[in-house]
Design a protein around this ligand. Sequence first.
Ligand SMILES: NC(=O)c1ccc[n+]([C@@H]2O[C@H](COP(=O)([O-])OP(=O)(O)OC[C@H]3O[C@@H](n4cnc5c(N)ncnc54)[C@H](O)[C@@H]3O)[C@@H](O)[C@H]2O)c1
Ligand SMILES: [Zn+2]
Length: 379
Amino acid sequence: MKKEIINNVQDNLNQYGVITETANFGDRSYPMLYGKNVVSKLDLILDIYKFDSKILIITEDKLVSLFKDKIEDSLASRKQDINWLSVSGKEEDKNIDVILNLYQSASELGIDKSSSVIALGGGVIQDMVNYFASTYNRGIKFIQIPTTVLSQADIGIGGCAVNHPAGKSLIGQFYQPILSILDEEFLYSLPESEISSGLAEVINKVVCLGGIHNENIIKDMNDMVSGDYSKLMEYIRLSNKVKREIIENDEIGINGGRLLLDWGHTVTHALERILKYKIGHGFALGIGMVSAANLSVNMDILAKDKSDLLKEIIIAAKLPTTLPKNVSAEDVIKSLDFDQKKLKGDTRFILMKDFGKCFMSESISDESIAKVLEDQIEN
Ligand SMILES: NC(=O)c1ccc[n+]([C@@H]2O[C@H](COP(=O)([O-])OP(=O)(O)OC[C@H]3O[C@@H](n4cnc5c(N)ncnc54)[C@H](O)[C@@H]3O)[C@@H](O)[C@H]2O)c1
Ligand SMILES: [Zn+2]
């Protein structure tokens, strides 16, 4: 995107307390806007982009009653057509069949290459609409408005994926939005469990990958779970900064940099597969990060006080650290067979030397993994 547009967005929105950061992808760079009620400036933003063609807002059924009025108020003075489509937003409906229906509905509404699509919702909606936008008319302009902590902190950058019976997130694309709006006000209606779930990704990126923490980190976690939204936005911003730097250096996974994002996710994905995705991603990630940290300690790579601190941070975010009761160490090891990092049959992990110093391991034996998992069984 033209640098002038990004600068223009920044200059115009600064006065409203909106913080603008740029995701740098050459001519596909785009601004990420953080703040309170940023969405009320959508009209101004669309003017800056000179968008006057049809807009299609895709959201999930549940969010229509929560946010339709808010969005429509901010677009009230626009002359262009504003169209809404809503889908269930359930993980099991994040698939090509639902996207085929979206192509049909969008074409009936006359959405074409000049139109823009807005994704309003959590990670499920963001993934689906990103995929839809990347393929409809060979790609149309796409604006992200994520509405969960997890989607604000993790999904914004770096592509999308939808599910197929042969595998979770099997079908996807690297397609960047033209704008991302990260508005604190959408988070107010989230239950505490969704805040915790999103904090798992925040801990993953900010503390483990970014190495950013201070003596207040435990208090910060407690505050955020209890609804300190401005603090939450600061951490979401840090999370995106860390993810952005990784993806900007390895957008499509060529030099291995991007694989670091898999830190803590090896056992997490195994647990999700075993529990058929009935466990929230962040909850599985709390457990998965503890497994990866303990494995690093057992291999004399990470100091024990660091893994203890990480566990404390995870607990402060009200996330679990032990295996669910109905899952055994053996179940997890079997499920690791499907891990994407597996190389010639060998299980690999992202290990941690220190906060901010993660790296890809060589082959790890089942015995070492079993030892870590057995220690995570609740007594
Ligand atoms: N593409 C990527 O880089 C990437 C990264 C991580 C996760 N993901 C995907 O993201 C999904 C998980 O994201 P998620 O945790 O946001 O899940 P989600 O979209 O299922 O949202 C979680 C729950 O919050 C509800 N919700 C959404 N916004 C709300 C709001 N403002 N107020 C009240 N309730 C609201 C939803 O109805 C849902 O019940 C998974 O499908 C995962 O595969 C993608
Ligand atoms: Zn994750």
